[in-house]
Design a binder for this molecule. Structure first.
Ligand code: ADE
Ligand code: ZN
Length: 329
C-alpha cells in the first residue's frame, strides 16, 4: 500500500551497521565489538532508559556527509516498503551541543532528502524537535539558528523526557514558531506523569495540529471531545506502545480507531526497536488489534490528510491510494 510516515526520529533510524561505518570514518571509539553486541545492548523499559541509549548513538554523527547518509538510508529503506511521503524529526540540540554546526546538520539532511527523491521517488520534509528536558533558552537558541533555514523545515515538535517538562515551558517558542509559519506538533508520550494536563496544554495552550502518541487522551471524554472538535491527528507508534504497555493488545490504536479519531500509524525509532519500520508496525496492529484492509486505508488517508504539504501533492498521494484500493477490491 502506498503510505506516509509522520512520526520517525532520524537519529532513531541509525542502524548498527551504519553506526559502525560512521564511527570508523570519524575515528569514534564504540564500546561494542560488532553489530550483534551493539544491538544486544538496546535494552530499555521506559522512556528515560530508552533515551540514554538513543543519545549515545548519535555521537558518531559529525559531518554533513554523515547526516546525508542517515536520511538517505532511512528513505531508501522505507521507499522499499512503499512509503511515498515522510515527515522526519531531528533533534538539533543533540548535535549542536557536541559542536556540530546547524548548517552542517541541515545541509546534510537536506542533501539526503533530495538524493533519495531523485533515486527512489520518495518525497519528504523535516520537523525540528526541541529536547524538552533542556531549558527554554536552549530551545530558543536553536530556534534562532533555524530561522535562516525556515524553507527547509516544515514544522516544530517537542520530544525527549516529558517528566516535569510540560508543553507550556515552550509556549513562547511555539508562539514565535507559528508566527514564522512553522506547523506545530508535540509528543505526549504514553503514561507519563501529568499526561492529561500535558495533552490539554498541547491542544488548548499551544494549539498543535497533531499529537505524537497521545494515548492517554482515551482516558478523558473531555479531551476526546476537544480532539474531535479541532480535527486533531494522532501519530501512534504500535511497537513503541508495546514497550510502554506490554501485552495490552494495541488498545491505543484500537481505541482511537473505534472512536473515529484521526489515527495514523508510524515507527518512532525503528533502529532501536528491533528493526520494526512502518510495515512491521502495521502488521503488529493487524495481528494484535484486528486491523483489516479498510482500516489500513483509513489510517493512510488520515496520514495524507495530516501531512504538511500543498493541495497538489496531497491529491497526488490520495490518487495513488485510490488506485491501490481499486486494484485490491
Ligand atoms: N525521542 C526519540 N523517540 C522518542 C519518543 N518516543 N518519545 C520522546 N522522545 C523521543
Ligand atoms: Zn517519538
Amino acid at each position: 500500500m502506498p503510505k506516509a510516515e509522520l512520526h520517525v526520529h532520524l537519529e532513531g533510524t541509525l542502524e548498527a551497521e551504519l553506526k559502525f561505518e560512521l564511527a570508523a570514518r570519524n575515528n569514534v571509539d564504540l564500546p561494542y565489538v560488532d553489530v550483534e553486541s551493539m544491538r544486544a545492548s538496546y535494552v530499555f523499559h521506559d522512556l528515560p532508559s530508552f533515551l540514554t541509549i538513543f543519545y549515545e548513538g548519535s555521537f558518531v554523527l559529525h559531518h554533513e556527509e554523515d547526516f546525508r547518509d542517515l536520511v538517505y538510508a532511512y528513505l531508501r529503506k522505507v521507499a522499499s516498503q512503499n512509503v511515498i511521503y515522510a515527515e522526519m524529526f531531528f533533534d538539533p540540540q543533540q548535535h549542536t551541543d557536541r559542536g556540530v554546526s546547524f548548517s552542517t546538520m541541515i545541509e546534510g539532511l537536506t542533501r539526503g532528502r533530495i538524493e533519495a527523491e531523485r533515486d527512489f521517488g520518495i518525497r519528504s520534509q523535516l520537523i525540528m524537535c526541541f529536547v524538552r528536558e533542556r531549558s527554554a533558552e536552549s530551545a530558543m537558541a536553536v530556534f534562532e539558528m533555524a530561522l535562516p533555514y525556515r524553507h527547509l523545515i516544515v514544522g516544530l515538535g517537542l520530544d525527549s523526557d516529558e517528566l516535569d517538562n510540560p508543553p507550556t515551558k515552550f509556549a513562547e517558542i511555539f508562539r514565535r514558531g507559528r508566527e514564522a509559519g512553522f506547523r506545530l506538533t508535540m509528543h505526549c508520550d504514553v503514561d507519563q506523569k501529568n499526561t492529561h494536563e500535558h495533552i490539554r496544554q498541547a491542544i488548548e495552550d499551544i494549539g498543535v495540529e497533531r499529537i505524537d502518541h497521545g494515548a492517554n487522551l482515551l482516558d478523558r471524554p473531555e479531551l476526546i471531545e476537544m480532539a474531535r472538535e479541532r480535527g486533531l491527528f494522532f501519530t501512534v507508534c504500535p511497537y513503541a506502545n508495546e514497550m510502554m504497555r506490554p501485552g495490552e493488545n494495541q488498545s491505543i490504536a484500537r481505541g482511537m480507531l473505534d472512536l473515529g479519531l484521526k489515527l495514523t500509524l508510524n515507527s518512532d525509532d525503528p533502529a532501536y526497536m528491533e528493526g520494526n519500520y512502518i510495515n512491521e508496525n502495521m502488521l503488529m496492529v493487524h495481528d494484535l488489534a484486528g486491523f483489516g484492509p479498510d482500516d489500513f486505508i483509513t489510517v493512510t488517508r488520515n496520514a495524507f490528510d495530516a501531512a504538511w504539504i500543498d493541495d497538489e501533492l496531497r491529491q497526488e498521494l490520495h490518487r495513488k491510494l485510490d488506485a491501490y484500493a481499486m486494484a485490491s477490491v
